[in-house]
Design a protein around this ligand. Structure first.
Ligand code: ADP
Length: 346
């Protein structure tokens, strides 16, 4: 679907990109062998490979310190990489830095605009910063402010806006120069449920216009609701890179916590079931939903293991996420992204 067609049908969004071309590359982002060693020697990124397709909506997930901000920092030229290659729509950020940069819009986690400027000034100045001619800058600023519901408040100084409005202003500012990809760093951090939902709606609309989105979030529900793909990073390495659908399909495993009547010294051998003895009285067992629990009880009973009670461990993306992070990364479904590490540059 061509972006211009979509835009024509929804003029409320400012996204008719001049960069769009019939034969535009399909990869919005390609990261190959990305390493970052900070000056103190900390290896923040240890050979990241990832790509985001044009029009995609990808979550970049990971615990604190995983390397998300470093990755985004490199893409947006705030952090100098040690080794590796980053291409935005086929443009190497090392070779054509400004061109690559003009293709992305960033909404950072921190509110970093002047509290004394109005929304109109903030968004308009950003358009000017990217060299948009005055007329186009004004048009885009208006569309962006309307898109995020701030047009009526365009003359209000930003410090008088609510927290949620400021977040929306960050998104408007990120879109004003007609980027093809938005990078959103925790866009709904600290906002209430209602506002989060309205921001989700906005982001869906923006993505439906053909704008690629890379989103970091701690809110897995957010990732699940918005994103078509997820990349999970941990300790500077990608540990999962798949479609959200495939990721969620893993939830076909149901996890039960069994309280045992008699303590066990060693984990029992339960063929066909993944189990872990959490403590002598507590066994955690993964059961394929399609199989049901009867075969589990049969095998437990064969081994003389009596269960006094059982409960279902909530089976959401959170558990999956934690199991991926907490595991030793040898999960059969977790792709390994091994590669010969280059010698990191200074
Ligand atoms: P995330 O965004 O996933 O929380 P970061 O990319 O911020 O992770 O951090 C990755 C690692 O790099 C962490 O161990 C962090 O402490 C370290 N780090 C981040 N910025 C710097 C810096 N400027 N100097 C040294 N270490 C840093």
């Amino acid at each position: 679907m061509s972006r211009s067609v979509v835009c024509a049908s929804d003029p409320s969004l400012p996204l008719s990109s001049p960069h769009a071309a019939a034969n535009a590359p399909t990869k919005a982002l390609e990261i190959n062998g990305l390493y970052k060693v900070y000056s103190g020697g900390l290896k923040a990124l240890q050979g990241i490979n990832m790509e985001v397709l044009d029009g995609g909506f990808r979550a970049l997930l990971g615990p604190n310190g995983a390397g998300k901000s470093t990755t985004i920092g490199i893409m947006t030229s705030l952090v100098r990489k040690s080794a590796g290659r980053v291409r935005i729509y086929g443009i190497d950020i090392d070779h054509e830095h400004s061109r690559a940069k003009s293709l992305i819009g960033v909404a950072p986690q921190e509110i970093n605009f002047s509290q004394f400027e109005t929304s109109w000034e903030i968004v308009g100045n950003q358009a000017g910063f990217y060299g948009l001619p005055r007329d186009r800058a004004r048009r885009n600023a208006e569309r962006c402010l309307r898109a995020v519901g701030l047009w009526e408040r365009r003359r209000v100084r930003s410090r008088k806006l609510s927290g949620g409005m400021k977040r929306r202003l960050l998104i408007a500012r990120a879109m004003v120069h007609e980027p093809r990809m938005l990078i959103l760093d925790e866009p709904t951090a600290g906002v209430d449920v209602e506002l989060r939902r309205s921001l989700w709606e906005l982001l869906r609309r923006v993505n439906a216009q053909g704008i690629t989105i890379l989103l970091t979030t701690h809110n897995l529900e957010e990732a699940e609701n918005l994103c078509s793909h997820a990349t999970i990073i941990d300790q500077g390495r990608i540990i999962e890179d798949t479609s959200m659908k495939q990721l969620l399909a893993r939830r076909q495993m149901e996890i039960f916590i069994l309280d045992l009547q008699h303590p066990l010294e060693h984990p029992p051998r339960l063929p066909d079931f993944q189990s872990e003895l959490l403590d002598p009285h507590t066994l955690r067992v993964s059961v394929k939903r399609s199989r049901g629990v009867n075969p589990l009880f049969e095998v437990l009973s064969e081994r003389g293991i009596r269960v006094s009670s059982m409960r279902n461990q909530a089976n959401r993306l959170e558990e999956l996420f934690l199991s991926l992070l907490g595991g030793n990364h040898q999960h059969a479904d977790v792709p390994q992204h091994a590669g010969a590490p280059p010698t990191p540059a200074a």
